[in-house]
Design a protein around this ligand. Structure first.
Ligand code: NAI
Ligand code: 15L
Length: 264
C-alpha cells in the first residue's frame, strides 16, 4: 500500500476531501501548520510542519511514495509573503522529496496562471501562461519547478490548474470553473495509480456545460470528470449580464485579473 503525504490538509480542499480519502486505499499522512490542524477524526494520521522549514519538510516526506501538495497561500497577497510560502515552501518540499526518493507529486496550481486569457479563448495544456496576480506568478514558478524535477530527476508531477474547488459554485463565473470534490478524488486516484504519469498540465474542472479549458491532451490518464455545475444553475437564474469589458468578466481569472497590485 502506498504512503501518501497531503500538505495543506486543514484547508478548504483538504476539509472537503478528508472524509472521502479512505476510498483511495492508501496510507494518508495529513499535514498542515501546527496551529491549523483540526481535531483528528478516527483513523487520521496528522503530522504538523511548516513547508518553508527544510527539517520539517524532510520529516513530512520521509517514507512517502507520493505527495499531494495543497499547502500554501491560496489567494492574492503581499509578494514577500507569497514568495516565502509558495515559492520557497514549494522548492523546500520538492528538494525534500528528491532527497527522500518520492516518485510522484500532485502540485496544486491554479487557473490564475492563465487568468489573463479572455473567456472566449479555449485553452489547453500548451497554452501560454498569463498570470493575473502575484499568486498566479508563484503558481507558474511551481509549475516550472515541477517540470525541472521531472526532466532533471524523473520525479513525476501532475500540474493541476484547479478552477474552483468548493462545495458549490459561489458566483456566476464558477459555473465554468467549478470542480467537485468527487472529481478531485477521481483525479487523485488517476494520478496515484496511472502506469505512467509524466508531468502533464491538467485543468481541474468538472464536466461543466460552460467551459474554457480542454483536457484532451491528457486523456491518457483516464480521468473523466463526472459532475457538472449545471445542478446549481438555478442559483444564478437572476444573473443579468452587465459590462462585457469589465476585467472581472472579460478575463478567465475574474476578480483576480481585476484586482489591484499589493505594494511592498
Ligand atoms: P486554503 O487556503 O484553504 O488551504 C491552504 C492550507 O495551506 C491552509 O490550511 C494553510 O494553513 C496551509 N499552509 C499555508 N502556509 C503553510 C506552510 N508554510 N506550511 C504548511 N502549510 C501551510 O486553500 P485551498 O482552497 O484548500 O486550496 C489548496 C491548494 O489548492 C492551494 O495551494 C491553492 O492555491 C490551490 N488552489 C485551490 C483552489 C480552490 O478552488 N480551492 C483553486 C486553485 C488552486
Ligand atoms: C484559486 O486559485 C483560489 O485558491 C480559490 O480560492 C479560488 O479563488 C479559485 O482560484 C477561483 O479562481 O475560483
Amino acid at each position: 500500500m502506498q504512503q501518501v503525504l497531503m500538505t495543506g490538509a486543514a484547508g478548504g480542499i483538504g476539509t472537503l476531501l478528508r472524509p472521502i480519502l479512505p476510498r483511495l486505499k492508501v496510507r494518508m499522512r495529513l499535514s498542515d501548520l501546527a496551529d491549523a490542524i483540526p481535531q483528528a477524526e478516527p483513523g487520521e494520521d496528522w503530522m504538523p510542519g511548516d513547508l518553508t522549514n527544510p527539517a520539517d519538510a524532510a520529516r513530512l516526506v520521509a517514507g512517502c511514495d507520493a505527495i499531494l501538495h495543497f499547502g500554501g497561500i491560496s489567494t492574492e497577497n503581499r509578494a514577500d509573503l507569497i514568495h516565502e510560502v509558495n515559492v520557497k515552501g514549494t522548492y523546500t518540499l520538492y528538494e525534500a522529496a528528491r532527497k527522500a526518493g518520492v516518485r510522484r507529486i500532485l502540485f496544486a496550481s491554479s487557473n490564475h496562471v492563465i487568468g489573463f486569457h479572455p473567456r472566449e479563448t479555449r485553452l489547453d495544456a500548451d497554452s501560454e501562461i498569463r498570470p493575473d496576480s502575484m499568486y498566479g506568478v508563484s503558481k507558474a514558478y511551481g509549475e516550472a519547478l515541477a517540470r525541472y524535477y521531472w526532466h532533471k530527476f524523473g520525479i513525476e508531477s501532475l500540474i493541476l490548474r484547479i478552477g474552483s474547488c468548493f462545495p458549490q459554485p459561489k458566483d456566476r463565473r464558477m459555473m465554468a470553473t467549478w470542480m467537485s470534490k468527487e472529481d478531485m478524488l477521481r483525479l487523485i486516484g488517476a494520478m496515484l495509480f496511472a502506469p505512467r504519469l509524466g508531468c502533464p498540465v491538467v485543468y481541474g474542472v468538472s464536466n461543466n456545460r460552460e467551459s474554457w479549458w480542454d483536457n484532451s491532451k491528457t486523456a491518457y490518464l483516464g480521468w473523466v470528470p463526472q459532475d457538472s455545475s449545471e445542478m446549481f444553475a438555478t442559483k444564478f437564474a437572476d444573473y443579468v449580464p452587465n459590462d462585457p469589458n469589465d476585467p472581472a468578466i472579460l478575463y478567465q481569472g475574474g476578480n483576480f485579473a481585476k484586482a489591484g497590485h499589493f505594494e511592498d
